[in-house]
Write a protein that binds this ligand. Structure first.
Ligand SMILES: [Zn+2]
Ligand SMILES: [Zn+2]
Length: 642
């Protein structure tokens, strides 16, 4: 099916069941200063879910234009997009579970009215309960699902999983309904029941997965389960049942007016109707993708790198079109800054597909913009009426960017030569110079990274993030804080995770043995990731012990100290090497605690927090969210503070 068909079928299906079709709220929220973009179907409806009366009644359905800026860097695989449409239906104190689950099942399986999925390919999850919150298995949902599958001649057995990690041990066991704990199948704005403030509504949810039938990859864990990351199962939708409110004593009150919030990714559902795991393999991208193949002479599926470039261009330009249609222009702050990033990244990746002897006119964004506007014009006529304006923004931005690139390249040459002659650790590009290149010249940081890689130079992302933070604070003091705040938090959290990373490595050595060493690392503001040498899966006890040590070091409020010293001396101290780095004769080491009594010492350029207590600010606890194989003899841990 096409995107338009799936959307229409869904809206019609629920309209026929008493729902009023409401238009998508703007992708740029009009009256919400706390957020830059609408990122889900629920977001514009929050006031109504919290009790305000909706003018259109108690049964609503829509397809919401959504954008998630946080996913910009994730685009390139077969499932991430920054822009998407989210199908949603709502009961505001009207119907509940026993209507919602049968309806959505009928919509997914009916050939006449819905998407016609084979019910054998659908698997569902329900809430397993939570001892701490005194919540039990959502048996009501289990019974409804058993009956629904039975009507299709399928014996649907319940398998109780609990925590996601347990899924990799327990496996499918021939089940159809799987129950997971609070982290997977509980919804509230603040996450699991424990984190909810008093008076906050929340409740269990029930997700539906589509089985693509591809073989399980053991790199993710021993057994496959519906929440496995191997790609066999893809979550296509979720029904949230807001039925509780948190009391002051930590218990939960059953709400007299219960709500349903359903969300389903339109693009993912469409891909599932075509039995493809690739969300870029659907009709809205077809024409542009084929033309890109034609003009570049590259096949979409040629290589991972080529596929990635195609996807980035397709995703970013489509997103940019919808954002510009909402009245946003490329600018240096807020929505305009995100838009500029999308356009500039699109240009970079589009030009990466460019063969030597090509016609440069084809390698500008105009025709891609036009192609998406045409594709969506019937369902979103406002795109068409803004076309001239959108094309003008794009041309202006392209010209600006070309100029920037020319100037920036000259500046980059200058600083890269200086760095080679300098004496920085790992021949890092001078951070101040990089910062100036990005902020004053508008040169894309992605391009700096790439050029640096080509020349064997390093770029210290964390120093850059910290500088960016300071820059944002100065340039936006007094202006709207949300964006500055966002970026500042981003940088601050990244720095905290870096310090947590050092403590974690030491804790791993204490628990698993001194032969554990770092083999890779990746830190974002969302989480930290470490790859380390170790031959076996960690037990739950080992993970708990590691978490405990890290949290103790945070509570102990230990100063983090930088010392510069000769390389040999640092080696004598047993300082841990940062992975993949080479060092000059004089190095900096960071120690958690004074050098002679330090808990951990590492060769490192920083930046770090000045005291470990900063990691626990806001009562945050360090937690390992995932432990898995990364490659032979290497384990990978993801961890967060929450
Ligand atoms: Zn799997
Ligand atoms: Zn470090």
């Amino acid at each position: 099916m096409t995107v338009a068909e799936v959307r229409k079928r869904y809206l019609d299906f629920f309209a026929k069941r008493g729902h009023v079709i409401i238009p998508s709220a703007p992708i740029v929220p009009e009256n919400d200063p706390t957020t830059l973009f609408t990122s889900s179907g629920m977001q514009p409806l929050v006031p109504y879910l919290l009790g305000q009366t909706h003018p259109e009644g108690t049964r609503l359905v829509d397809s919401q234009l959504s954008f998630r800026a946080g996913d910009i860097e994730e685009v390139g695989d077969n499932r991430h997009t920054t822009f998407f449409e989210m199908l949603g239906n709502w009961s505001l104190g009207d119907y509940f579970k026993k209507e919602q689950l049968p309806w959505i099942f009928e919509f997914l399986t009916s050939k006449e009215e819905g998407l016609g999925f084979d019910p054998n390919k659908l698997y569902v999850t329900v809430y397993d309960g939570d001892v701490e919150a005194n919540m039990e298995l959502d048996i009501e949902a289990v019974d409804i699902w058993k009956n629904l599958f039975k009507e299709k001649g399928i014996e649907a057995e319940l398998v109780r999983i609990g925590m996601e990690e347990e899924g990799y041990e327990k496996g499918m066991q021939g089940g159809r309904i799987f129950s997971y704990g609070s982290k997977k199948n509980w919804w509230s704005r603040s996450g699991v029941p424990r984190n909810m403030p008093v008076g906050e509504p929340g409740g269990p949810d029930s997700e539906i997965f589509y089985d693509f039938g591809t073989p399980h990859d053991q790199k993710w864990g021993k057994e496959c389960h519906v929440n496995c990351d191997c790609g066999r199962f893809v979550e296509i939708c979720n029904s949230v049942f807001m039925q509780y409110m948190k009391n002051a004593d930590g218990s939960f009150l059953v709400l007299p007016k219960r709500n349903v919030d359903f969300g389903g990714g339109l693009e993912r559902l469409t891909a599932a109707t075509l039995n493809t795991q690739d969300v870029f393999d659907i009709d809205v991208f077809d024409e542009t993708r084929s033309k890109l193949e034609e003009i570049s002479g590259e096949k979409y599926t040629q290589s991972t790198e080529i596929t990635r470039s195609f996807r980035i261009v397709l995703d970013h330009v489509r997103a940019a079109v919808f954002i510009m249609a909402a009245g946003v222009q490329p600018a240096h702050s807020e929505q305009g800054y995100i838009l500029r990033r999308l356009l500039r990244r699109s240009m970079l990746f589009l030009n990466r597909l460019k063969p030597e002897s090509s016609d440069t006119g084809s390698f500008t964004l105009g025709w891609i913009v036009e192609s998406f506007i045409k594709m969506y014009a019937d369902d979103y006529p406002h795109l068409k009426s803004k076309e001239k304006e959108i094309q003008d923004y794009v041309i202006a931005e392209e010209n600006k960017f070309l100029f920037t690139l020319k100037q920036g390249m000259r500046e980059f040459e200058r600083i890269s030569i200086a760095s080679i002659n300098g004496t920085q650790i790992v021949k890092d590009l001078d951070s101040d110079a990089v910062f100036k290149l990005v902020t004053s010249h508008g040169f894309p940081f992605e391009l700096v990274q790439e050029l640096a890689k080509e020349r064997g130079l390093g770029v210290n992302e964390m120093v850059f993030a910290k500088d960016m933070k300071a820059h944002q604070e100065i340039s936006r003091a007094g202006a709207a804080q949300k964006f500055a705040g966002g970026l500042a938090d981003h940088a601050e959290q990244t720095v905290r995770y870096h310090t947590a990373h050092h403590i974690l490595l030491k804790a791993l050595q204490m628990v698993l043995g001194p032969e554990v060493h770092q083999r890779g690392s990746n830190i974002t503001s969302e989480r930290l990731r470490i790859d380390f040498s170790y031959g076996a899966k960690m037990t739950d006890e080992q993970k708990a012990e590691v978490e405990k040590i890290v949290n103790e070091k945070i509570t102990e409020a230990i100063p983090v100290v930088r010392t510069d010293m000769p390389k040999e001396e640092a080696e004598k101290l047993g300082a841990e090497h940062e992975f993949g780095a080479t060092y000059p004769d004089t190095v900096s080491v960071y120690s958690v605690g004074a050098l002679d009594t330090a808990f951990s010492i590492e060769f490192c350029g920083g930046p770090h927090v000045s005291n470990t207590k900063e990691l626990g600010e806001g009562n945050k606890k360090f937690k390992i969210t995932k432990e898995e194989a990364s490659s032979a003899g290497i384990r990978r841990i993801k961890a967060v503070s929450e």
